[in-house]
Ligand binder design. Sequence first.
Ligand code: PLP
Length: 437
Amino acid sequence: MSGTGQRLYEKAKTKIPGGTQLLSKRPEMFLPEQWPSYYSKAKGVEVWDLEGNRYIDMSYCGIGACILGYADSDVDNAVKSAIDSGSMCTLNCPEEVELADLLCELHPWADMVRYARTGGESMAIAIRIARASTGREKLAFCGYHGWHDWYLSANLGQGDVLDGHLLPGLEPAGVPRGLAGTALAFRYNQIEELEAIVAENEDQLAVIVMEPVRNYEPKPGFLERVREIATGIGAVLVFDEVSSGWRLNTGGSHLLYGVTPDIVVFAKAISNGYPMGAIVGIGDVMQAAQNTFISSTYWTEGIGPAAALATIRKHRRCNVSEHLIEIGDRIQSVWRQAADRSGLNISVSGIPPLSHFSFEYENSQAIQTLFTQEMLERGFLATGAFYATYAHQDCHVESCLAAVDETFAFIAEAIERQEVEKLLKGPVAHSGFCRLT
Ligand SMILES: Cc1ncc(COP(=O)(O)O)c(C=O)c1O
């Protein structure tokens, strides 16, 4: 176990408020005081900590970014060549036009593309374009979309509006109170909630923004009705595919459901670990980006587009999504079978490439922490989520099955003896955003 990583993290918290730049990478979200925290090398699905301990990543795999696996050779070679050609210049890199062509070819309903480098930035741009294009201000949204003011403003009135949207406890401190009432939340598959928002705000809604799929499949007619509503009131429909994109097919998952948005946003998996974000949309709406100032130096560098082109081409060539679905399906049955054998009560959700499970007990968070602790001892980075990659192979599923079997049996016994908390070697993991001490 890596004491070096823990010591570095303790220091980090004195130099970096919140310890890291991403909530989902905080060791407290996995295994406080025990998580390796830092890596020295990552390749395929293997991760080495600062002391050289090796783990198999059966968790978030770069928080959903490394869909092909860590340090994929094809993508890395494209990036190295972009570096060798000079990744930044006074002139523009031609790859961004090549990528625009490829994204519009994959999404035939779309005409134009803008770029950023992260999911949150890209979503901020999408909302700005939608507001500029409609001249309206309010938005109806469902799901998590990032750290920006427009999203957090939903928590300005009632502090817990965002709790049902993936990450609980998000604090809007520092977000202007003037934004209160501009971001209105509805829940996935609850069309009546969107209809109620529309009934009260029809001519003020600039945009309806949501993920086409996340934890559950859309109910029949749900996405179609959202599309119909957006068209009916003249709002821009934005599909956030920062997480759902490239998992079920090459491109946005909305292509599978046959419902097209006005804008779709990609980031994370589009470029397998190199910063890249794309805002892809219909010409009429995207042209509004010319009426407002959206501009940043590093949105023009060459590594992101080179990585995205290599990732998408490999994705298409190797039918990566088929592999992700198969591996995700198998991990869901690993969890279910091990739970059946040990008599544990768990609930499994998510599209197979973005699989989740949770323990159905009062002290579920303590049990989840014990699961992570025990899996770590067996050489796995593991939590209640598994994001499949192209680098996960049969051998990983099989060794994971053996470890999950042992761990679930151990947990079942701990629950029976009421010893879960006693067996933890550190504090219980956090379940959402909170201030670190
Ligand atoms: C659906 C969705 N939108 C937006 C974001 C924000 O992306 P980023 O963390 O790159 O800013 C995320 C991140 O998890 C996401 O899952």
